[in-house]
Write a new protein. Structure first.
Length: 64
């Protein structure tokens, strides 16, 4: 699970206006922050997805 409220808020704003934004947001609990890489102009954040996310995603997409 992602612990940083700042990262969660940025992700939430980034998903606005996506066609399936509700599905994307529901998958966030399956993500864990793997590492952060600071650059001169920003930040890269790498995530690890729990293996159960695949089953959840397949199940939810079939409903749409």
């Amino acid at each position: 699970m992602i612990q940083s409220k700042y990262i969660l808020d940025i992700m939430d704003l980034a998903f606005d206006e996506f066609e399936y934004e509700d599905l994307i947001r529901q998958q966030i609990p399956f993500l864990t922050e793997k590492k952060r890489e600071h650059t001169g102009v920003g930040l890269y954040i790498y995530f690890f997805a729990d293996t159960t996310i695949e089953h959840y995603r397949e199940y939810r997409l079939k409903k749409y």
